[in-house]
Ligand binder design. Structure first.
Ligand SMILES: Nc1nc2c(ncn2[C@@H]2O[C@H](COP(=O)(O)OP(=O)(O)OP(=O)(O)O)[C@@H](O)[C@H]2O)c(=O)[nH]1
Ligand SMILES: [Mg+2]
Length: 362
């Protein structure tokens, strides 16, 4: 029995009550640690050829993740000008095939990937490479077969969870900083119902962290705290896309469509693909801003596509690399400012449809 199985068995034996809750938390920390070690040791072994080398391009990247033969390639061929081989047998796609979606003036990179199977996280099939690509995506489009059992979704989620991808969850509101000395400083701004300072101390001890500052601002779980300590978690939005709805009953379609983050489609019958695009756009959360030159009207045809939460500095970079060096201030018209226009600096966060004029140094 491997170390992970041993710990898992011990966890199963441990009854869940207040006294053992504590013990369980420590075990979880141990598991997370061994998992990371396993992943890291195998990474060094085959660093080359890990992941598929596909250049990032466009304004955002969407990765198609799913079991074999759910229709990932069919979708790519439908939504983009790229043709990816489609066939009724499994593992038709063996590498990463990028396509480009033009939507609302943005260019979105859609990646068709090989199907993954259970155990992908441990390296079954091309699982590791596929998951490595998923980590680089702004959005995961999890494709599911509406005719198959509902278990498929949980299985895929577990694979992604195992390698530190957190779907549709936000980063825990915790300040955590490892220090050179001074021991452990622990504070919480709310009541913690899942663990306490002693547990934090022991978990950190396990990771050989003896000096750190911990400020917990919400009632998180032990797992979430471990995520914070490991620090390498990826928080990605995921749309669950059920394909092949031409094969199921209307009642089933209705039920699936009501689940959160879910879109039902049929690639073959061309059903609901426009809604899927709409949802991809919405969840990517992209912002469009317009630039204008002094004394001229804004360029409402062009516009820059940037990420939500982007600052004037990001806008400058999107215009030209050297612009930041010559930056004096910017004038902004729109909902991100109180006055129109308002003078702002590089750290000002822009809003949807803002108009920006950069004033350069003389
Ligand atoms: N009934 C039905 N069949 C579909 C639909 N979309 C795709 N298919 C069929 O499903 C099979 C698999 O499609 P692919 O697009 O190759 O699936 P994939 O997910 O890329 O598969 P891998 O590359 O092997 O991982 C093909 O026979 C498609 O014709 C659909 O909406 N309805
Ligand atoms: Mg395919």
């Amino acid at each position: 029995m491997g170390i992970l199985e041993k710990i898992a068995a011990e966890m199963a034996r441990t009854q869940k009550n207040k006294a053992t809750e504590y013990h369980l938390g420590l075990l979880k920390a141990k598991i997370a640690k061994y998992r990371t070690q396993l992943l890291e040791s195998s990474k060094t072994k085959s660093e080359k050829g890990e992941g598929f080398d596909v250049m990032k391009s466009g304004d955002a990247r969407v990765a198609l993740i799913g079991f074999p033969s759910v229709g990932k390639s069919t979708l790519l061929s439908k939504l983009t000008k790229t043709e990816s081989a489609v066939a009724s047998y499994e593992f038709t796609t063996l590498t990463c095939i990028p396509g480009k979606i033009e939507y609302n003036g943005a260019s979105i990179q859609l990646l068709d990937l090989p199907g993954i199977i259970e155990g992908a996280a441990q390296g079954k099939g091309r699982g590791k490479q596929v998951i490595a690509v998923a980590r680089t995506a702004d959005l995961v489009l999890m494709m599911l077969d509406a005719t198959k059992s509902h278990q498929q979704r949980a299985l895929l989620e577990a694979e992604l969870e195992a390698v530190g991808i957190r779907l549709n969850r936000k980063r825990p509101n915790v300040y955590f900083k490892v220090k050179k000395g001074g021991g452990l400083s622990f504070n919480a701004t709310c009541k913690l119902t899942h663990f306490n300072e002693k547990m934090v101390y022991h978990i950190l001890h396990d990771y050989k962290i003896f000096n750190a500052e911990v400020l917990i601002r919400e009632d998180i779980t032990v797992d979430e705290f471990i995520d914070v300590v490991l620090g390498n978690r990826k928080y990605i939005t995921c749309i669950y896309c059920y394909n092949k709805i031409d094969q199921i009953t209307i009642e089933e379609v209705d039920r699936l469509a009501r689940e959160p983050y879910t879109v039902v489609v049929s690639c073959e019958a061309d059903l609901n693909l426009d809604y899927l695009l709409e949802q991809i756009w919405k969840h990517l959360n992209l912002v469009r801003v317009y630039t204008k030159k002094r004394g001229e009207y804004p360029d409402f045809d062009g516009g820059l596509i940037i990420r939500n939460g982007a600052t004037i500095e990001h806008v400058c970079h999107a215009v030209h690399r050297s612009l930041v060096d010559n930056f004096r201030f910017a004038l902004v018209w729109g909902t991100s400012t109180k006055h129109n226009p308002q003078r702002v600096g590089l750290t000002h966060i822009v809003n949807q449809e803002d108009v920006v004029q950069v004033v350069k140094k003389k």
